[in-house]
Design a protein around this ligand. Structure first.
Ligand code: GLU
Length: 451
């Protein structure tokens, strides 16, 4: 339900951003949370503040030509949406995936703005990427694509302007190629212009682990409000990228048992608990499909592979679900199955992985639900720590960095929980995250005038 004062704002967003369902979904969810805020503080309706928050400051779309290994010229489309810079330089990842279009990047940039505000760090929100599909491409092709992409993007970036990082399809290898090209074009060793760099050229310890660790810390804090912990819990983590792998690691450290992971080809179940080293070997070293895990481990003893389309990973009974693959991967039917099987908590490692119907089902069933913009903020928060280290030409220990990450996640949890309580819905982390993120961005925007 959306407040009648906010309905015209949503209508305008729907009209102006035709054919962008994910962006509509993200905006609708935030506006649904803001009804109680504008009732209590009607001045947030002044100066078209909320309309301005829904309109990106700048949207850049460009051609990315590159030459494949066969000598053929390929064309992709590049994007950067610089959504909001009230709290700091635009900050947010780059996604390389065939599904990328302007609507996807806008939804991600919008979410990022509130997520970054929740971290309490001085970072605005942005997102970018390309419809380039890295699957099956050689290192040489990836490098040439990244160089061409950066040849246009570099003029829009800068340590004080816009600081990209990774997302789906963009990891350490791609960041390295893009940083190399940025350095070459600008003749500046400006380490703070990209985050997610490798350690030996200005990266931060714990950045790779941060999103997965952070989500696990968040769920731990959420469970603790009900005097529960990960100890002995069955956990399902979708995805098998960076976020999923380091969620598996932290959940195991906290005494939980992760029994399933997935990729776009299907999911695997290992009732004895996922073998983390094997998973890393398959995904990080071999860059192979998830079924390879079983080929290496050997089937049987409670381990099997299910092909995509046959059944959903969310049909696997578990106590805690951590969707860490992509947007709208967890549907209403999946949520009902999880609830039926007794799920207790959900922590979103990906951006907007649960459909609105799924979120509603979790909340109506009393399942603790942590939305991505709060639960997965550990990645970008650690990017901000990387920027801090770059600015001071320092390099922190793993422990020091993880301690900061853990305390940031606890803070975000407490902020969301406290805000939900203040606005009359204790335990509603969606409401808490949206309101707390909004208020920070809105206050800064107000102070800066109509720009
Ligand atoms: N792509 C990540 C996210 O969705 C990280 C962004 C960053 O580190 O800038 O938050």
């Amino acid at each position: 339900m959306i407040d009648e004062k906010l309905q015209p704002i949503l209508n305008q967003v729907l009209q102006r951003n035709h054919g962008e369902p994910e962006f509509h979904q993200a905006v609708r969810e935030v506006l649904e949370s803001l009804g109680r805020v504008v009732t209590k503080h009607p001045d947030y309706l002044d100066q078209a503040l909320i309309e301005r928050i829904c309109e990106p400051e700048r949207q850049i779309i460009f051609r990315v030509p590159w030459v494949d290994d066969k000598g053929q010229v390929q064309i992709n489309r590049g994007f950067r949406v610089q959504f909001n810079s009230a709290l700091g330089p635009y900050k947010g990842g780059l996604r390389f995936h065939p599904s990328v279009n302007i609507g996807i990047i806008k939804f991600l940039g919008f979410e990022q703005t509130f997520k970054n505000a929740l971290t309490g760090m001085p970072i605005g929100g942005g997102k970018g990427g390309s419809d380039f599909n890295p699957r099956g491409r050689s290192d040489g092709e990836i490098m040439r694509f990244c160089q061409s992409f950066m040849t246009e993007l570099y003029r829009h970036l800068g340590e004080y302007t816009d600081v990209p990082a990774g997302d789906i399809g963009v990891g350490g290898r791609e960041i390295g190629f893009m940083f190399g090209q940025y350095k070459r074009l600008t003749n500046r060793y400006e380490a703070g212009v990209l985050t997610g760099k490798a350690l030996f050229y200005g990266g931060s310890r714990a950045r790779t682990e941060a999103t997965g660790y952070g989500n696990t810390y968040f769920v731990q804090a959420m469970l603790a409000t009900k005097k529960q912990s990960f100890e002995g819990k069955k956990v399902v983590v979708s995805g098998s990228g960076n976020v999923a792998i380091y969620s598996v690691e932290k959940v195991q450290e906290f005494g939980g048992k992760v029994i399933a992971v997935s990729d776009s080809s299907g999911y695997i179940v290992d009732e004895q608990g996922i073998d983390l080293e094997l998973l890393r070997q398959v995904k990080e070293v071999r860059r192979a499909r998830i079924s390879e895990y079983l080929s290496l481990r050997g089937e049987g003893r409670g381990a099997y592979f299910v092909k995509a389309g046959q059944s959903s990973i969310w049909s696997v009974p578990c106590d805690v679900a951590m969707p860490s693959a992509t947007q709208n991967e967890l549907t209403g039917a999946d949520a009902s199955a999880l609830v039926k099987n007794g799920v207790m908590a959900v922590g979103e490692g990906a951006n907007m992985p649960s459909t609105p119907e799924a979120v509603r089902i979790f909340q109506e069933s009393g399942v603790m639900f942590a939305p991505g913009k709060a639960a997965n903020a550990g990645g970008v928060a650690t990017s901000a720590l990387e920027m801090q280290q770059n600015a001071s030409r320092d390099s922190w220990t793993f422990e020091q960095t993880e301690t900061r990450l853990a305390s940031i996640m606890r803070n975000i949890h407490d902020t969301c929980a406290g805000t939900a309580e203040e606005f009359g819905s204790p335990g509603d982390y969606v409401l808490g995250a949206n309101i707390a993120g909004f208020v920070r961005v809105a206050e800064a925007m107000r102070a800066l005038g109509v720009i």
